[in-house]
Every structure is written in C-alpha cells, then in structure tokens.
Write a protein that binds this ligand. Structure first.
Ligand code: ADP
Ligand code: MG
Length: 273
C-alpha cells in the first residue's frame, strides 16, 4: 500500500526471508559524567515479521533502553541491529528518524496525548508533521480510530475519555503511518485488568489481521501470555527466551468477564441503595 505520509520518499524494500528485527551483541552504555551505566550488556535476538513478543524483567533491566534502540530513537554503543534485513546500527540521525517514521509505531504507559486536542487531531498528528493534506488526514485518522473501536469519539478530548480510550487513541496515532512494527512500553501499566485485556484484544487483532510485528514490554506475566513468546531481561542480558504455551486469547476471555468495571460499580451502587 502506498502510504500518503511517505510521498516522495523511497522506502527500502525488506530483504525477503530475513527477520523483521535482528540484533547481535547489542550494548548500550550511558555516560553520566564520570559514571558509566551499562544498560545493555550483549543482547542477541531475532524477531520474525508477524511475531508478537513480550519483553519482561525487573525495573532497570534494560527493557526501555532496548525499545529505544529498536525504535531508532537512539543508537547502540556496540553491536548490530538489522531491520528488515538492513543493517541500520550506524545510519545517521536523519536516516534513523526517516526509518522510524516509516516503519515504527510507539505506544507508552502514559498515553502521551496532547490535552485540549481531539482524538482525531491527536491521531492525525504524525500526518500533519509529514505535510499530508487535511482531507487525507481526516480520512486516515477516522479509519485508524475506527480500527481501535473509537468510531463516534473523534471529537472527544483526552479528559473526556477513559484511560483505556486514551490508550486506544495513542494506538491509533501509532498506526497512522501504517508501520510494520509496533513497540509498546508497558501500555497497560496505568489500566485496570479488564481494560488491559481490551488493549490486548486490539494488539492480537492487529497482529493477526495486519501481520503487525509487536514488541510489548510488561511486568505482568498475565499480560505477557497474550504474546507468542516471552523474553526475560536481567541486568542488560537475555535471561530466558521461551514460547508461550497455551497462549491467552483476549477475544475469548473478554466475553467471560461480564460488564465493564464502570457498569459493575454502578450496579453495586444500585444494589446498595
Ligand atoms: P527498564 O525499562 O527495564 O526499567 P531502562 O532501560 O530504563 O530499564 O534502564 C536500564 C538502566 O539504564 C538503568 O540502570 C537506568 O538507570 C539506566 N538508564 C536508562 N536511561 C538512561 C539515561 N538516559 N541516562 C543514564 N542512564 C540511563
Ligand atoms: Mg522501562
């Protein structure tokens, strides 16, 4: 599909048969004055296109550092990173940001939406930066909002949306450039358990229907079980890398949960009255 946001820019074709993501002996050392922090100490990992991988590990184990490198927000101190078969470990800052805009969508724990700005405007923001015309922006933003179940909420501002709905807007924004990889750093960290499963339903659907490659950081094993595979980080290294046996399917679990928390709370109040 020709992406409107990439007009005039040539996207390198992926090298057939290569993994979506392949890192070898990836190191990242932060320098804080005299002190060196070894955030990553040799990560080697391959992720196939269409895989859904959960990254786990204690706070400080290097998960966010790893996501920033994969998302081309930063570059490794040592080691290689191949994205769709192309070594991009040493590309310039400008090329990194171009690759990021074309191939990668980000979702964070804190939603990172602009306040006093509608869902539609938040979702279309990357297209605005890319210089895409208004009509196309609205069309595309409406489409991605619909894909995350927010049709009819286009004009709502973040303060008028629940946490789960705000995260859906953030997912819509991440999808607007039609990326091949979605990076989500603790996207359910601020959400209750039912809402978290609703977000997992969206991720599993996008993963299956669009063959979107997903890397999800979570500290909850229950959430990691929606992925195909769990990678455990420890002190900047991969401690364990295992397939998820008996994977959870959000679309099957949601109907068994009954009403949303809000409605359940209202019912309780009603009974108590
Ligand atoms: P996690 O996401 O698993 O909690 P991080 O990747 O954020 O771990 O951090 C790994 C280590 O690197 C930690 O010791 C952290 O303090 C350090 N670190 C992370 N970002 C920076 C930075 N920008 N500058 C210096 N040290 C950092
Ligand atoms: Mg982190």
């Amino acid at each position: 599909m020709q992406d409107p946001a990439h007009h005039g820019v040539v996207v390198e074709p992926s090298v057939p048969g290569s993994p979506a993501i392949e890192v070898r002996d990836l190191h990242k050392t932060y320098k804080l004055g005299e002190i060196q922090v070894h955030a990553l100490r040799g990560i080697s990992l391959a992720v196939e296109a269409g895989e859904f991988v959960a990254i786990m590990g204690m706070s400080g184990s290097g998960k966010s550092t790893f996501m920033n490198l994969i998302g081309c927000l930063d570059r490794p101190t040592r080691g290689t990173y191949c994205l769709d078969g192309r070594d991009i470990s040493r590309v310039s800052k400008r090329d990194r940001s171009r690759i990021r805009n074309q191939k990668i969508g980000f979702v964070f724990q804190g939603f990172n939406l602009l306040p006093r700005t509608s869902a539609l405007e938040n979702a279309e923001l990357p297209l605005l930066y890319a210089g895409v015309g208004r009509k196309q922006r609205i069309e595309r933003a409406s489409e991605v909002l619909r894909a995350v179940g927010l049709a009819g909420r286009e004009r709502h501002h973040p303060s008028q949306l629940s946490g789960g709905q705000q995260q859906r807007v953030a997912i819509a924004r991440a999808l607007i450039n039609n990326p091949s990889i979605l990076l989500a750093d603790e996207p359910t960290g601020n959400l209750d358990s039912r809402t978290s499963i609703e977000i997992m339903e969206i991720f599993q659907r996008l993963n299956q229907e669009r063959r979107l490659t997903i890397l999800l950081v979570t500290h909850e094993e229950d959430i990691a079980r929606y992925a195909h595979r769990m990678v455990m980080f420890r002190d900047g290294r991969v401690q364990r890398d295992t397939p998820v046996a008996d994977r959870s399917l959000a679309a099957r679990i949601l109907p068994t949960l009954g009403a949303a928390d809000v409605e359940a709370a209202e019912e309780e109040n009603h009974e108590g009255a």
